[in-house]
Design a protein around this ligand. Structure first.
Ligand SMILES: Nc1nc2c(c(=O)[nH]1)N=C([C@H](O)[C@H](O)COP(=O)(O)OP(=O)(O)OP(=O)(O)O)CN2
Length: 170
């Protein structure tokens, strides 16, 4: 962590991470239009993240390396997993020992628990995955980086240019 407070330098600054290795493959399904439930399918997701804030004593908004490594660790957690939402009013997700049973009306899926990531979101849309990832990333980075950054944005690309984006306050 920089040892002195942010330097006051005119201008507005941001750091963007957009790298080929920031990708994960995962399975999911969403609901839309109320009661339509997609078939289970997968995507090769891409991830991009950006922070805004003043420059620190290194003249960084944030160290690329700390930012990259924290984001890569979160992205890796999702890779090769089934993503399930725990806050959906009609997708019921229940863990029984080593298995997770998921229901939507008459449909039922049973997954090995170790293959699933349960996300505290309503629907596994790109937007909501971006919200979850932004919150995870802020929690991971804040103790190392400090309080003075302004915003953190995470963008999730679900299908080669279809981005869901969430910006949160630092
Ligand atoms: N704003 C959003 N819109 C949609 C989202 C989303 O997350 N945010 N998600 C979906 C579905 O996940 C849908 O499966 C995506 O459809 P599509 O891009 O067609 O993806 P496919 O994998 O089916 O790709 P193909 O190229 O059609 O094979 C819908 N909307």
């Amino acid at each position: 962590m920089p040892t002195s407070p942010p330097a006051s330098v005119n201008g507005s600054y941001r750091v963007l991470l957009q790298k080929e290795q920031l990708v994960f493959s995962a399975a999911h399904f969403i609901t839309f239009a109320g009661d339509i439930c997609e078939r289970l399918h997968g995507h090769n997701y891409g991830v991009r993240a950006e922070v805004t804030g003043p420059l620190d004593s290194n003249q960084y908004v944030i160290d690329f390396i700390a930012f990259r490594d924290a984001l890569a660790a979160i992205v890796k957690q999702l890779d090769h997993h089934m993503l399930l939402p725990t806050q959906h009013p009609r997708i019921l997700v229940e863990q029984n020992g080593e298995e997770i049973t998921t229901r939507f009306d008459e449909k039922r899926w049973i997954f090995p628990a170790e293959d699933c990531i349960l996300l505290p979101i309503v629907n596994t849309t790109a937007e909501q995955i971006a919200w979850w990832m932004a919150n995870q990333l802020r929690t991971a980075l804040k103790p190392q980086i400090g309080d003075w950054l302004e915003t953190l944005e995470v963008a999730i690309d679900e299908n080669h240019g279809q981005w869901g984006i969430c910006k949160i306050d630092w």
